[in-house]
Design a protein around this ligand. Structure first.
Ligand code: GDP
Ligand code: MG
Length: 170
């Protein structure tokens, strides 16, 4: 099977950089004045994944801001093949909400490949979470951790490559 399309969802509190990350990965664009919603359900990106030697089309779904009202609909989660759980280096609440987001996804879709993302590492000087806390959470939840900076395009592709690889291998 050389044509694989997978649905990836990106969860986490509002403001952590989910829409920016999706846009960065799928379109190669970033703007810090970007609107809260991207106005569409998902963006697509086809990418060759070396480790599994195949092309994967990623359909990456955005939440259009409903996460702030705890109002994400079932259709958002439905048939997801992979999930990014994101928090921000400078938002303590977003870090503390990670476990809740993971449980929510599992309650809707069961066990799917998931990855923990600490975004905005460019703001590490203003960090409100210690590296140890983040590593401990990643161990506790058994989630691989990536530290990203969407604004400088650091590690963003790796997050999605990892999920694509996990999907193919499982
Ligand atoms: P969402 O609510 O999770 O979708 O977050 P957004 O993508 O709307 O981003 C919220 C704000 O964080 C925007 O102003 C982004 O430009 C900004 N942002 C996103 N990623 C980064 C990053 O890596 N570093 C910094 N400094 N700001 C970022
Ligand atoms: Mg958003």
């Amino acid at each position: 099977d050389f044509e694989t399309t997978i649905k990836i969802i990106v969860v986490g509190n509002g403001g952590v950089g989910k829409s920016s990350m999706i846009r960065r990965f799928c379109k190669g664009e970033y703007t810090d004045t970007y609107k809260k919603t991207i106005g569409v359900d998902f963006l697509e990106k086809e990418k060759y994944i070396d480790s599994v030697a195949q092309n994967i089309t990623f359909m990456v779904w955005d939440t259009a801001g409903q996460e702030e009202f705890d109002a994400i609909t079932r259709s958002y989660y439905r048939n997801a093949n992979g999930c990014v759980v994101a928090f921000s280096t400078v938002d303590r609440d977003s870090f503390e909400a990670v476990e809740k987001w993971k449980s929510k996804v599992e309650a809707e879709v069961g066990q799917i490949p998931m990855v923990l993302v600490q975004n905005k590492v460019d703001l590490i000087d203003q960090s409100v979470v210690s590296p140890e806390e983040v590593e401990n959470l990643s161990k506790k939840l058994k989630l691989k951790l990536y530290r990203t900076c969407v604004s400088e395009n650091l590690n963003v592709d790796k997050v999605f490559e990892y999920l694509g690889e996990q999907y193919v291998k499982n």
